[in-house]
Design a protein around this ligand. Structure first.
Ligand code: GUN
Length: 293
């Protein structure tokens, strides 16, 4: 059994991005510039945004963090987003979610220019991705695909079972895995809360991608011997015996499942580190004008 080291791959990809930035600098080209909008004081959102900004620095990108009070109105926020859409300096930006309740996330998402939507959440990018056209693919699905490629995991003709149908992970990764091409071409089954015979379907998976949002939901009896298991979940579980008082767990019961599979992503250190890297890749692609709208 091989533990997929997302941390190692993420740092390799960052090095590659960094080399590209150096080449751009040497030629006097435009340095990629990512902006992040953060509304309010949510602790987790602040941590995420700070690590996105830090990652930009690591690879030599410019970054701009734009913070607003929780009380900003929807119209004011939309006006700020339009400024970013019109900026010639910013190549891509993200609006960190969740937003305060008085702001309609869908309306905000629709205001983001698809050409700068490096989160890949806008319907234009989701649609383009679904059609196999050049697009900004959202960070977690793109990170999962990158891990499979970097570990040379055979996907063509395999049965891939995706647990979860969320707009940001389950649905897009199921589409990517079923697309034509060497690094996809799987036969995909998407399971969700309405699925019957879940255990039976999971047990038939060559590749099991779990994004169900329930700690340690997948147990060894649901996994075929030799399967590849990708765990997207991340949960803080109270653990009084540890110094911090908590442990991070995925959607998969790691110890017992690991014994049965050929490859598995750990939590933490599996899919998680790849998400920021995907965001950086999208920003680089945007700066280079490689996705045309
Ligand atoms: N909140 C949690 N994950 C994400 C993400 O990937 N992008 C944005 N914009 N907000 C998030």
């Amino acid at each position: 059994m091989i533990i997929i080291d997302g941390k190692e791959i993420a740092s390799k990809v960052k090095e590659e991005i960094s080399e590209e930035v150096n080449k751009i600098k040497a030629k006097g080209g435009k340095i990629p510039h990512l902006a992040a909008i953060l509304v309010g004081n949510d602790g987790a959102s602040q941590t995420y945004v700070n690590s996105k900004v830090k990652s930009c620095e690591q690879v030599g990108f410019k970054s701009t963090l734009i913070k607003f009070e929780e009380s900003i109105s929807e119209n004011e926020l939309i006006a700020e987003i339009q400024k970013l859409n019109n900026s010639t300096e910013i190549d891509g930006y993200i609006v960190q979610l969740p937003l305060p309740k008085h702001i309609d996330e869908e309306k905000v998402n629709m205001t983001v220019s698809p050409a700068k939507d490096v989160d890949g959440f806008h319907p234009v990018n989701v649609g383009r991705m679904s059609l196999g056209l050049p697009a900004f693919v959202s960070a977690t699905p793109a990170g999962i695909m990158e891990l499979l490629i970097r570990y040379n995991i055979e996907t063509s003709g395999k049965h891939c079972v995706v647990l979860g149908r969320s707009n940001i992970v389950g649905r897009p990764v199921s589409i990517l895995m079923s697309q034509k091409g060497k690094n996809a071409n799987s036969t995909v089954t998407v399971c969700h809360s309405g699925t019957k015979n879940l255990k039976e379907i999971c047990s038939s998976a060559d590749i099991l991608i779990v994004a169900i949002g329930k700690p340690e939901f997948v147990t060894a009896d649901m996994v075929k011997t030799g399967a590849v298991v990708i765990d997207v979940g991340i949960h803080r579980i109270e653990a009084p015996e540890t110094k911090s008082g908590f442990k991070l767990k995925g959607d998969v019961k790691f110890d017992e499942v690991a014994e049965k599979c050929s490859y598995i992503t750990p939590v933490p250190g599996g899919v998680g580190p790849m998400t920021i890297v995907s965001l950086l890749k999208n920003t680089l692609i945007s700066a280079k004008g490689e996705v045309k709208f």
